[in-house]
Design a protein around this ligand. Structure first.
Ligand code: COA
Length: 480
């Protein structure tokens, strides 16, 4: 650290102390006695109207060292919940996704903007001595550090758990890695690797085809969601213990958790065939491992994807149709097969299992006469569970998703308005805080000054040192 004047140092210390106090509001277990309800030591229920008593994670400050998708999914969600998320990015470069799959020249990609909403961005070269000093100060000021670097990268920056604990024993250090401890722990991992290693790909697709990856990002976003739960649990535990802890989510584990019904089926195989798989009805023997089940339902109620009116031209003119046992009679009447209600070959769920292909082919003759939305409307009235195959276009335009804040349009200074997925978790007293993603380094000065307490001359000195700016670019051009 360069020498500083005494007065500036004292001012800085006070500001840093102040910001640290703000960041750890959660400590507020020691509320004034007057505010506590008699006996239980908890605050009295707020008298403020619902939605006006702050956000769920107000007061939690997050040092966001994440990149690409898994980590950013987690911290974006925490930001939506009200946490102050400070994203640390490499000067001049930033999160690699800023420039990946770019659709608007010169603007941050949607890949980045849709995963980094409601955050602040500070650029810091974590390998620069001054950068390390700033990071240390951030560690002291934040409640949670979230990262998803390749194994060992955080340690190489000097941020081992031990060092972090020395700086801030209350710090929760949350990581996404590809694999947990074991033979693959040092591997770099991306979404589809995790889908394959976590049991999803081997059980997705059709029996006579290769393993398939799924479009839902269960490896990246799925693990980010797991991590968010780990973080809020650790924050809650910290209220009792006063200390932080490590939170680790391996992508393989996250995928396996989401594919647990297939591990269920693996064990069921030891006791006989999986009768709800259409393979059973087709008389095809099962092998040693859970097979791919096409569009069979993963639960006990058989289902399949059926064509609807217009399927020849519209690749999404399909509906998922479930032959739920309690509404079997209604299904038979609807498709013009009332005799199936009493026919011993069709009347009971076990009798139907070997005939699922025939049953769904017959239902499809009916769905082919209707659009997917007509099927939905008719079936819903009869309590028959069906789901239209909705395209991304339809979802983007769906008014009800806009109304609930699940799909949100935000404005962006360089790319203009864009759609993002808002908070899918709705809290009745904590409205989601969905804002645009930050430009690279947009909040560098603000964070240095207001969060870390650096004075103006110190900030000028930091900028001149190259710790927060790209070597070849003047400081002002950073956010352009
Ligand atoms: N200043 C200076 N250096 C920085 C920096 C900063 N602000 N931020 C990152 N870096 C450096 C890191 O220190 C690291 O350097 P090192 O390897 O010399 O120690 C380097 O950037 C790259 O980090 P790394 O994580 O290895 O990036 P990568 O692009 O090579 O790998 C992944 C990307 C996703 C494969 C890898 O990060 C990974 O496996 N992560 C864990 C699993 C995961 O989350 N995968 C899903 C991603 S969606």
């Amino acid at each position: 650290m360069a020498p500083r004047k005494k007065a500036a140092k004292a001012k800085t210390k006070t500001a840093a102390k102040e910001s640290a106090r703000k960041a750890v509001k959660l400590k507020a277990a020691k509320k004034p006695a007057a505010k506590a309800a008699a006996g239980n030591g908890l605050p009295r229920p707020s008298s403020k109207p619902w939605g006006q008593a702050g956000r769920a994670l107000d007061g939690v400050r997050i040092l966001d060292f994440t990149h690409v998708q898994s980590g950013p999914t987690c911290t974006q969600l925490l930001a939506y919940m009200g946490a102050d998320v400070i994203k640390v990015e490499r000067p001049g470069v930033g999160d690699i996704t800023r420039g990946q799959l770019r659709d608007v020249k010169g603007a941050d990609s949607l890949y980045f903007t849709m995963l980094n909403g409601s955050k602040r961005s500070i650029t810091i070269d974590s390998k620069h001595p001054k950068g390390k000093e700033i990071l240390d100060r951030l560690v002291k000021t934040c409640d949670v550090l979230v990262e998803n670097f390749a194994p060992g990268a955080l340690d190489r920056m000097g941020l081992t758990f031990e060092n972090i604990r020395k700086l801030n024993p209350r710090m929760i250090v949350a990581s996404v890695k590809g694999f947990g401890p074991g033979p693959y722990e040092d591997c770099k991992v991306y979404e589809n690797v995790a889908q394959c290693a976590g049991g999803s790909a081997s059980t997705t697709g059709f029996r006579d085809g290769p393993p398939l990856v799924t479009a839902a990002q269960i490896g990246d976003s799925g693990t980010g969601l797991h991590l968010a739960l780990g973080i809020v649990s650790a924050l809650y535990q910290r209220l009792r213990t006063g200390r932080g802890q490590r939170v680790l989510c391996a992508m393989q584990d996250g995928v396996l958790n989401l594919a647990r019904v297939k591990l269920r089926d693996q064990q069921r195989l030891q006791h006989g065939p999986l009768t709800e798989y259409s393979q059973y009805g087709e008389g095809i023997p099962f092998g040693k491992a859970t097979p791919r089940a096409g569009n069979d339902s993963g639960g006990g109620q058989p289902g399949w994807i059926l064509k609807c009116k217009g399927w020849e031209d519209d690749p999404d003119a399909y509906v998922y149709f479930i032959t739920q046992a309690p509404v079997w009679g209604a299904i038979c009447d609807l498709i013009g097969k009332p005799e199936w209600k009493t026919d011993p070959d069709f009347a009971t769920p076990p009798a139907r299992l070997p005939r699922l292909r025939q049953i769904f082919n017959t239902i499809e003759q009916w769905t082919l006469t209707k659009t997917k939305f007509e099927v939905m409307e008719i079936c819903n009235k009869l309590d028959i569970p069906v789901g239209p195959i909705l395209s991304m276009k339809e979802l983007a335009e769906e008014p009800s998703l806009r109304a609930t804040g699940t799909v949100v349009e935000v404005d962006h200074p360089t790319r203009g308005p864009y759609l993002t997925v808002g908070n899918p978790i709705k809290l009745s007293d904590s409205p989601a805080d969905v804002r645009r993603s930050p430009l690279l380094g947009e909040h560098t000065d603000e964070i240095l000054r207001r969060v870390l307490g650096y004075s103006a001359p110190e900030i000028a000195e930091i900028r001149a040192s190259g710790a927060v700016t790209a070597p070849d670019k003047p400081a002002k051009a950073e956010a352009a």
